[in-house]
Design a protein around this ligand. Structure first.
Ligand SMILES: Cc1ncc(COP(=O)(O)O)c(C=O)c1O
Length: 388
């Protein structure tokens, strides 16, 4: 039977058509003036996206590559660091730091909640040796946004500590002005808000973080930030980059500049609000009611329903891919993503599919209730035109 597919998972997200078309062109050689011109353009587009005057490095790796590089380039064996761990990707910071022999103080946060910045302030006061604080701007596994601005305010006061922010699902979704807030390291990836396939990660460093890179003693080779920075200044990369993805990136960054960051953030906010309104209208419980991220909305599966089976039904029978839970939330929650190349009718599809799946799994549902709640909010974002 014909089935149309809808991708509403929090990465990879749908790839925008005009980037797909750009990427379908014959491959360019990367050591040519044509490709250097593309890098030159992309460099400026990334600075606009990261809201920084500094260099934004382009690495050919998924987001974890830039996360790992942020550890290996900035620290030395045995350095003391704080990791804010409130989900799967907080755990990833822990795993990377452990692998590199750092001395970790974990601040564990209940999944679905954001970190309380005063706990971080107190931990820093107690331990003057802490050199880094690691956090997610948006913890995709729990759909929580951590208070990055407040954390930056705290860390900025200390000359010998840097704040490292995983913005893989945050950058391009909501406002994370790197320079204005004084973030030291900001990481992102291609397969979320950037509407591209996976395979590129990005990282920007403050002057303070670049100073850290001079003293860091951990081994580094492929992800050597200083080498990449020097190459980038000559509009090239240290190694053969993911050329086609960078060609697609140029197009996406042009689109982002045209639409404008404020409009983009407002669009994501509206989609997130509409999704939340639908979930609540259906009588379901949000996973992160107090500090939600606009990248995705997580909610609990009603009692007695197996979340894994439910997501499989949505994907295999209705063609709608949303995400389940990770770690101890596996089978218990679902996540509808609304970042990147997602618009109002994708949300309508997801909510209406959700209603049908709920009915199939025996949950009492009145068709259209969630859809109507979402429509009320989405309608507010439609331009004035009347078709004349
Ligand atoms: C917040 C966050 N951090 C890290 C990652 C890992 O990135 P990747 O899978 O691109 O290596 C993801 C991707 O799912 C993410 O959402």
């Amino acid at each position: 039977m014909l089935k149309k597919r809808y991708l509403l998972a929090p990465g990879p997200t749908p790839v925008i058509e005009d980037a797909l078309l750009e990427m379908a062109r014959p491959i360019l050689h990367h050591r040519t003036p044509q490709f250097s011109a593309i890098i030159g353009e992309v460099k400026e587009g990334l600075k606009n996206l990261f809201q920084t005057k500094g260099d934004v490095l382009i690495l050919s790796a998924s987001g974890t590559g830039a996360m790992e590089g942020s550890v290996s380039n900035l620290f030395s064996p045995g350095d003391n660091v704080i990791v804010i761990n409130g989900g799967k990707f907080g755990e990833r910071w822990v795993d990377i730091c452990k692998s590199y022999g750092l001395n970790i103080q974990e601040i564990n946060v209940e999944w679905g909640k954001a970190v309380d910045p005063s706990i971080v302030r107190d931990a820093l006061k107690k331990n003057k040796e802490i050199k880094g604080v690691f956090v997610q701007a948006s913890e995709t596994s729990t759909t929580v946004a951590h208070p990055v601005k407040e954390l930056a305010d705290i860390v900025r006061e200390r000359d010998d500590t840097i704040l490292i922010v995983d913005g893989i699902s945050g950058v391009g979704v909501f406002d994370i002005p790197m320079d204005k807030w004084g973030i030291d390291v900001l990481v992102s990836g291609s397969q979320k808000a950037l509407m591209l396939p996976p395979g590129l990660s990005f990282v920007a460093l403050s002057d303070k973080a670049w100073r850290f890179s001079e003293d860091a003693k951990l081994p580094r080779y492929y992800f050597d930030f200083r080498k990449e920075r020097d190459k980038l200044r000559d509009n090239t990369t240290a190694y053969t980059p993911a050329i086609s993805l960078i060609v697609g990136l140029r197009k996406v960054l042009q689109n982002i500049r045209e639409e404008g960051l404020e409009t983009i953030f407002a669009r994501h906010e509206r989609l997130a609000m509409a999704t939340k309104a639908a979930i609540l209208a259906l009588g379901l419980r949000l996973l992160a009611p107090d500090s939600p991220s606009n990248c995705a909305t997580g909610f609990f599966v009603p009692d007695g329903i197996d979340g894994g089976k439910f997501a499989r039904f949505l994907r295999d029978e209705l063609g709608i891919t949303i995400a389940g839970g990770q770690g101890h939330l596996k089978g218990k929650i679902l996540r509808i993503a609304h970042m990147g190349y997602i618009d109002i009718f994708d949300i309508i599809v997801a909510v209406s599919g959700l209603e049908m799946a709920l009915k199939r799994f025996g949950y009492k549902v009145e068709f259209g209730r969630g859809v109507a709640a979402a429509q009320e909010i989405l309608y507010g974002g439609i331009d004035e035109g009347t078709g004349d």
